[in-house]
Design a protein around this ligand. Structure first.
Ligand SMILES: Cc1cc2nc3c(=O)[nH]c(=O)nc-3n(C[C@H](O)[C@H](O)[C@H](O)COP(=O)(O)OP(=O)(O)OC[C@H]3O[C@@H](n4cnc5c(N)ncnc54)[C@H](O)[C@@H]3O)c2cc1C
Length: 467
């Protein structure tokens, strides 16, 4: 892996779980302390749950209830859409869109650094070679392997390279993978500060005539829609932050200390392919979008779980064609998030048409259906893989098994599972259900498939079937 942010570490952990030797090259000496992700959506929370990586494992329900809607996404998260608040009291808990996975894992409110600390500890325990302070400056795909050159002149050779080096990925650029989408039109600034003169600043999300403002304690966000930042690499000064807050919120506080600060834009792009030869892209290296609605890290975590089982099988000798499904499945997931964030920027802009669209969206969001759909979208539960008729392509419910374990325990070693009627206490959608290593239902039928006539593109070995 090039890049030891959350996604690089997650890919490495998932590969190590499957016996693949993995090295992470990360230019930072320590985890980035910048305040970024505050929560991950439900699919990512479930992926972390399967690996025991949530700080406090939520208690699974006493009985999984497949088909009984509204049990899996946990406490409903009100959230916002383009700064417009979702009214939690309007959310329909019984809507079938709240797919029931039996995990009882809702959106997880976790600082990004907590996730990274846990992933790094897990990676090191699992034997991953995590090298910090190592910057990669060049990459050559030689067909049978990839060679990377580091800033100190050293070289590392690997059979495969997973580029997890963030939105401005040098590896993606070096591999000349087209990055399709829209360039930046706005500047957002988020900072954790010590300040005075801030008492009159509003708390929560506010749309103002000149932008969007949010304050949560001493964490402040000001978004202006009049162009991209001139230089994203320059440190944010107190004067820059105070001026932006004043322009957007009409009050100029005194920022005495900046404890963390970042600029962001609405650069909205996705890699045309997540694979170029022996180089694979994951996380922000494969897709960028503004952070409104908090989907980026979740998207990357699920990229990691989708890619790693495929790559591990290829490393263990299965056909490289298995990797095709990675782009085919994960690119649409990213495209959905890109559209979700484009729409938010659309209603956040300050021109009269955008304002009118925002007012209309606010009216729709005040209805039961509107609030429910928006809350489901923020939770990430509306996306599924188009692998066939549902529930093929859905996450398998985390059913109780006859031996007292849960399905998630059965998948913990990194394989999939062929679950037969006699294996479960709670019903799965089919008498015989093939569940992929990433927890997705790949196939279902009334009888067990013969390994010789395996019904899906995923090899039997991925399910732990060896004969
Ligand atoms: C203000 C803000 C708020 C956000 N809020 C949320 C949220 O609430 N929920 C959510 O899901 N997402 C959120 N996100 C998005 C989330 O932070 C990113 O999607 C996430 O960090 C992506 O992880 P990554 O590992 O792909 O990339 P990164 O976190 O960018 O990690 C890339 C790593 O690669 C390293 N690297 C880069 N180049 C090299 C090189 N040449 N050699 C070696 N190492 C290199 C970097 O140092 C870095 O550690 C937010 C983002 C921002 C900016």
């Amino acid at each position: 892996m090039v890049g030891g942010g959350p996604v690089g570490l997650m890919v490495a952990c998932e590969l190590a779980l499957r016996g693949v030797s993995a090295t992470v090259l990360e230019r930072r000496d320590a985890i980035d302390p910048t305040v970024k992700a505050a929560y991950v959506n439900v699919p990512a929370a479930e992926a972390l749950f399967r690996r025991g990586l949530l700080p406090e494992q939520p208690k699974p329900p006493t009985q999984a209830r497949p088909g009984a809607a509204g049990k899996s996404a946990g406490p409903r998260f009100a959230g916002h859409f383009g700064g417009l608040l979702v009214d939690a009291s309007e959310i329909d808990e019984s809507d079938p869109g709240w797919r029931d996975t039996g995990f009882d894992v809702g959106i997880q409110f976790l600082p990004q650094q907590v996730i990274e600390e846990r992933l790094e500890a897990r990676a090191r325990e699992s034997g991953v070679d995590v090298r910090r302070g190592v910057e990669v400056i060049d990459t050559v795909d030689r067909g049978e392997d990839v060679i990377v050159t580091c800033a100190d002149g050293s070289e590392v050779t690997a059979r495969w390279l997973v580029a997890c080096d963030g939105g401005r990925s040098a590896i993606r650029k070096r591999a000349e993978v087209p990055f399709d989408g829209d360039g930046p039109t706005m500047t957002g600034r988020q900072a954790l500060v010590r300040w005075t003169g801030a008492d009159a600043l509003p708390v929560g999300w506010r749309r103002t005539p000149t932008g969007v403002f949010r304050r949560l304690g001493d964490l402040v966000l000001a978004a202006e829609f009049d162009g991209a930042p001139e230089n994203r690499d320059e440190a944010i000064t107190s004067d820059e932050l105070e001026s932006s807050i004043e322009r957007v919120a009409g009050i100029r506080p005194n920022v005495n200390e900046i404890r963390s600060a970042t600029r962001f834009t609405d650069n909205t792009r996705v890699a045309r392919s997540y694979r170029s030869g022996r180089i694979l892209l994951a996380g922000d290296a494969a897709h960028v979008h503004p952070p409104f609605g908090g989907q980026g890290l979740g998207l990357g975590i699920v990229d990691a779980t989708n890619l790693a089982w495929r790559l591990a099988l290829v490393v263990h000798g299965h056909p490289e064609g298995l990797l095709d499904g990675y782009t085919e499945e994960r690119r649409p997931a990213a495209e959905w998030v890109l559209q979700f964030t484009r729409a938010q920027v659309g209603v956040m802009r300050t021109d009269s048409r955008s304002r009118a669209a925002g007012e209309m969206i606010a009216r729709l969001m005040s209805t039961r259906d509107g609030a429910t759909i928006l809350a489901q979208e923020v939770s990430g539960v509306r996306h599924r893989y188009e692998l066939g008729e549902p529930p093929i392509g859905d996450t398998a419910p985390n059913v109780r098994l006859a031996d007292g374990a849960r399905l998630s325990d059965r998948l913990a070693a990194g394989t999939g599972a062929l679950v037969r009627p006699e294996d479960t206490v709670d019903p799965l959608p089919f008498p015989y259900t093939l569940i992929r290593p990433d927890g997705v239902i790949a196939w279902g039928g009334d009888e067990a498939p013969e390994p010789a006539a395996w019904p899906v593109d995923v090899p039997p070995a991925a399910f732990g079937v060896t004969s």
